[in-house]
Design a protein around this ligand. Sequence first.
Ligand code: FAD
Ligand code: EPU
Length: 342
Amino acid sequence: MKPLIPNTFGLSVYAKQVETATSVAQLFQYWQRAKAQNLPVLILGQGSNTLFTSDFDGVVILNRIMGTVVRETESHILLHVGAGENWHQLVDKTISEGIKGLENLALIPGCVGSAPIQNIGAYGVEFQKFADYVEVVELATGKITTVLDGQYGYRDSIFKHQYGEGYAIVYVGLTLAKQWQPVLAYGDLKNLNPATVTAQEIFTHICRVRQQKLPDPAVMGNGGSFFKNPVVPTAVFETMRANYPNIPHYPQASGEIKLAAGWLIDQCGLKGYQIGGACVHKDQALVLVNTHHQASAQDVVTLARYVRNRVAEKFSVWLEPEIRFMGKVGEIDAVKLLAQDS
Ligand code: FAD
Ligand code: EPU
């Protein structure tokens, strides 16, 4: 019987082997053993940003390198964290110990080691704000490199490119300024009083909002936002605004405009739209769900393709998946797959 691959979509997908690595040496050992058997390898955290389009014909290594070391300087708290630690538990622990800064990033599923990869972000804050260094191991040689410049962008970093394939993240260094400023610019955080609000209050508020807005993968399989919010040139945005004066939009430092993919999908009337066991979430159109844990990967892909085509027809904007797609032997190009006819 093949082992199940953990994934928050709740899909029944299997690998030849699933191994759990609790140290760098063990991770390296599993990788070498798989390579000696000519098997493809996938390093995985908690599978909360991954859509397995089929079974995986190789070895999945779950990174469970644990441990957190806290140091401090006069101005900063420094955290050295094992890549296998749970992100939300880290946020929770820091806040309850009076270490401020990570509160806006509460309740994001997944491992600490995955956070730099897509530069996780929520409620006006991104991982990069706290990034000190990321330690990666080159799997072919066992060589460890400390990466100081993660080249972070919106849902992007060097760990999807130069340090992607062939590398595993093993430790993450975070630096949190002792002089704390609340970040209250996003959504209804604006209603909190910046003069009196505490990090604990923001943490509690964000946990509550997220629990109301986003489906719990344990109840309804999903991977969070399925698509990225598209970033378009100002001229494109102005044309859209002429037709839709209330279109949500977020000006970027680059001068371009970020749109809300959930709003675009919603405007197509797709909330609740279902293909097989996969459905556009009825409250948050950017989240595709495996409603009764009975969807196949094909249902999810077909639904994603349908949503992407409808949005392009109505708005001439092509959405790109945020979720990473994994095929039989490794990552597959999600845009290419969705661009195919069926
Ligand atoms: P996985 O899905 O296990 O892995 C993601 C990718 O990274 C895969 O390609 C994998 O091969 C690779 N990888 C994993 N670990 C390593 C490693 N140690 N070394 C090298 N490569 C590795 N994201 C946000 O940014 N903001 C949100 O608000 C947010 N909300 C979410 C809400 C829900 C309900 C869900 C289900 C997801 C949400 N996400 C959000 C997405 C997800 O939580 C993040 O992308 C998270 O960082 C993924 O962590 P993971 O360990 O599950 O990654
Ligand atoms: N909206 C609709 N209809 C919908 C969904 C959204 O009209 O069905 C509108 C909202 O009313 C709002 C706007 O779209 O005006 C943005 O919605 P929301 O604040 O819910 O955020 P989002 O853009 O859908 C992004 C991130 C989330 C992150 C939240 C909060 C991406 C792809 N998604 O979602 O991250 O938690 O902002 O900061 O950037 C994830 O990456 O998996 C994820 C959940």
